[in-house]
Design a protein around this ligand. Structure first.
Ligand SMILES: Cc1cc2nc3c(=O)[nH]c(=O)nc-3n(C[C@H](O)[C@H](O)[C@H](O)COP(=O)(O)OP(=O)(O)OC[C@H]3O[C@@H](n4cnc5c(N)ncnc54)[C@H](O)[C@@H]3O)c2cc1C
Length: 488
C-alpha cells in the first residue's frame, strides 16, 4: 500500500485550450507517471480556434478542429470533465462542477491556470439581447444555420426591405475574429444566395473602432482591408455601434440605421471570469505572473495563455499579447517549470518573439508574414493552410481532406438546427459549451407571445417549442457566469 507521503505530487491544470493542453503534454513528457496530472475542462477536446470561421462558413466540419484530449495527450493525463467554480490558492484546493451537476473537489501540489478568455461585452444598449458571439463550436454551428436560414427566407420574401435586412450581416470588431468571419462569411452567403436563385449580393458590414487588424503588422492590416473592400464588403473603420435593436443597428458617428437580422459581436475578449475573485494581482483582468509564469505571491501557482499577464521580454514594459502563439509556448514552458519545481529539470524564463502571423481571407486570398516575409494571395494562402496543419495537434488528414473537397465540390448547406439561439447567449461565460437551461435575455415566460422571444430577424427556431429545452445537448449542463462569480 502506498503511504500518503509516497504518493506522486498532484498537478491540476485548469483549461484544455492552447496553454492548458501544451502544459499537460510538456509536463507528462518530463515526468510521466511520477506525477498525477488532472486537467479540468468543460469539453473533452482541444479547440483549434483559428479555424472556427471555416466551420461557420461550412468549409470544415466541427470535429476537424476539435481534437479529443484523450487521443492527443499521454494516458497519464486524466481529464476531469467540468468547470472550475472554486479555487483556494492558500489552502491549495480546487472544486469543479461536472456536466451532470455533481461537485468535485481535490487538493493540489501545483496548479496551472490556463482558463483562457471570454467575450468582452461593452455596455452598448441591445447588444446582449441582439448580438451573437463567436468563440466556440456551438456559436459557429448556430451562425452557419442562421446564415443559411436568412438567405432561404430572403429567397421567398416579397418585401424588398425585409429581403435586404435578411441579406445583411453586421460584424462588430476588426480583429482577427471579426475580419476572418467577415471574409469567409461573405463568400459563403454569396454562394448561398446564388444557389437559391437570388440576384442580390448579400451585404456584409464590418464595423471597427480602429483600422482592420490594427494590432497586427501593417502589411496584414492593409491587405485584409483591401481584399474585403475589393470583394464588396462595406468596411467602416473608426466607427462604433451605438445601439442594437430587434430590426438593426445604429452607428454612432453618422447615426445611420442599418437594418439587419444578423449582428455578430467580435470586439475582443477578456480573461475568464474565474480570475475575478481570486485576490491576486491582475492587469486588465489577467493574472500577473513573473517571467517563469508563477503567479505573484503564490509560488506553487502558474498561469499562462490569455488568462495570464506575462511580462514580454521581447517588448520590455509590456505584457504578451493574447494570441495562440504565446498561449501555446507559455503552456509548454509552464509544464517545464512545474516539472522543475518538482525537482525535474531547470526553470526557464519566458521569451518569445513573434514568428509572424497568418490571416486567411477565404478563397485563395490570405495575408501572411512568416519570419517577416510579406506574402499575399495564393502563396499566403498556402502558407496559412500549411501553418494551421502544422499547428493542429491532431485531425490533420481529415482537415486537409475537407479543404480538398471544398475546392472540388459545392458546400453542403443543410440546416440541421442542432444549436438553438438560447444556447449561445452573448454573455456566456463558457462559449465552448451550449448554455442549456440558463435562459436567455429573450426568453419569455411560458405563454408569452412568440415575437418577444425572437432574435433580431425573428429566426423561427428561436421561438420554436424546443428552443428552450435544449434537447440537443445530450443532457449536458454547465455553470454559467453567475455561479462562477462565486469562486474564491
Ligand atoms: C475565432 C477566433 C480566432 C482566432 N484566431 C487566432 C489566430 O488566427 N491566431 C492567433 O494567434 N490567435 C487567434 N485567436 C486567439 C487564440 O485562439 C487565443 O489567444 C488562444 O486560444 C488562447 O489560448 P488559451 O489556452 O489561453 O485559451 P483557450 O484556448 O480559450 O482555452 C481555455 C480553456 O479553458 C477552459 N476553461 C475556461 N474556463 C474554465 C473553468 N472555469 N474551468 C475549467 N476550464 C475552463 C476552456 O473550456 C478552454 O478549454 C483566435 C480566437 C478566436 C476566438
Amino acid at each position: 500500500m502506498t503511504s500518503e507521503s509516497a504518493r506522486p505530487p498532484k498537478v491540476v491544470i485548469v483549461g484544455g485550450g492552447f496553454a492548458g493542453f501544451q502544459a499537460a503534454r510538456s509536463l507528462a513528457k518530463r515526468m510521466g507517471d511520477d506525477v498525477d496530472i488532472v486537467l479540468v475542462s468543460p469539453t473533452n477536446y482541444f479547440l483549434y480556434l483559428p479555424l472556427l470561421p471555416e466551420v461557420a462558413s461550412g468549409i470544415l466540419e466541427p470535429r476537424r478542429i476539435s481534437v479529443a484530449l484523450a487521443a492527443a495527450l499521454p494516458p497519464c493525463v486524466r481529464h476531469a470533465p467540468g468547470e472550475v467554480d472554486e479555487l483556494d490558492l492558500d489552502d491549495q484546493r480546487i472544486g469543479w462542477l461536472d456536466p451532470e451537476g455533481v461537485h468535485h473537489a481535490t487538493s493540489w501540489d501545483r496548479l496551472v491556470i490556463a482558463a483562457g478568455s471570454v467575450h468582452k461585452v461593452l455596455p452598448v444598449p441591445g447588444v446582449t439581447e441582439y448580438a451573437q458571439g463567436f468563440r466556440g463550436v456551438p456559436e459557429a454551428l448556430y451562425l452557419r444555420d442562421h446564415l443559411i436560414r436568412q438567405v432561404e427566407l430572403a429567397a421567398v420574401c416579397d418585401d424588398p426591405d425585409e429581403r435586404a435586412a435578411r441579406l445583411t450581416t453586421v460584424v462588430v470588431g476588426g480583429g482577427y475574429t471579426g475580419t476572418e468571419v467577415t471574409a469567409q462569411g461573405f463568400l459563403f452567403t454569396q454562394e448561398l444566395a446564388r444557389s437559391r436563385g437570388l440576384s442580390e449580393v448579400p451585404r456584409w458590414v464590418l464595423v471597427s473602432r480602429g483600422e482592420i487588424l490594427a494590432g497586427l503588422a501593417g502589411h496584414l492590416s492593409r491587405t485584409a482591408d483591401r481584399v474585403l473592400r475589393d470583394r464588396g464588403v462595406d468596411v467602416r473603420t473608426h466607427e462604433e455601434v451605438e445601439e442594437a435593436t430587434g430590426d438593426g443597428v445604429r452607428l454612432s458617428s453618422s447615426g445611420e440605421h442599418i437594418p439587419t437580422r444578423t449582428l455578430l459581436w467580435c470586439v475582443g475578449v477578456r480573461p475568464d471570469p474565474l480570475i475575478d475573485d481570486l485576490g491576486v494581482e491582475v492587469e486588465q483582468g489577467r493574472m500577473v505572473t513573473d517571467t517563469e509564469l508563477r503567479v505573484s505571491g503564490h509560488p506553487h501557482v502558474f498561469a499562462c495563455g490569455d488568462a495570464a499577464a506575462v511580462p514580454d521580454r521581447a517588448r520590455p514594459g509590456q505584457y504578451t499579447a493574447m494570441t495562440a502563439q504565446h498561449a501555446e509556448r507559455q503552456g509548454r514552458l509552464a509544464g517545464r517549470n512545474v516539472a522543475a519545481s518538482l525537482g525535474r529539470g531547470r526553470v526557464r524564463k519566458y521569451k518569445h518573439r513573434d514568428l509572424g502571423f497568418v490571416v486567411d481571407l477565404g478563397g485563395f486570398d490570405a495575408a501572411a508574414n512568416p519570419l517577416g516575409v510579406r506574402l499575399t494571395g495564393k502563396p499566403a494562402h498556402v502558407v496559412a493552410r500549411g501553418y494551421h496543419l502544422m499547428a493542429m495537434p491532431g485531425n490533420r488528414v481529415r482537415t486537409a481532406v475537407d479543404w480538398l473537397l471544398d475546392a472540388l465540390l459545392p458546400r453542403q448547406t443543410a440546416q440541421l438546427g442542432l444549436v438553438r439561439s438560447p444556447s449561445v447567449p452573448l454573455d456566456s461565460a463558457s462559449p465552448e459549451v451550449p448554455q442549456h437551461g440558463l435562459g436567455f435575455p429573450h426568453a419569455a415566460p411560458p405563454g408569452a407571445s412568440q415575437s418577444s422571444r425572437e432574435r433580431p430577424g425573428g429566426s423561427a427556431e428561436a421561438a420554436s417549442p424546443d428552443a428552450s429545452s435544449g434537447d440537443a445537448s445530450g443532457g449536458a449542463a454547465s455553470v454559467g457566469a453567475s455561479s462562477r462569480r462565486g469562486a474564491r
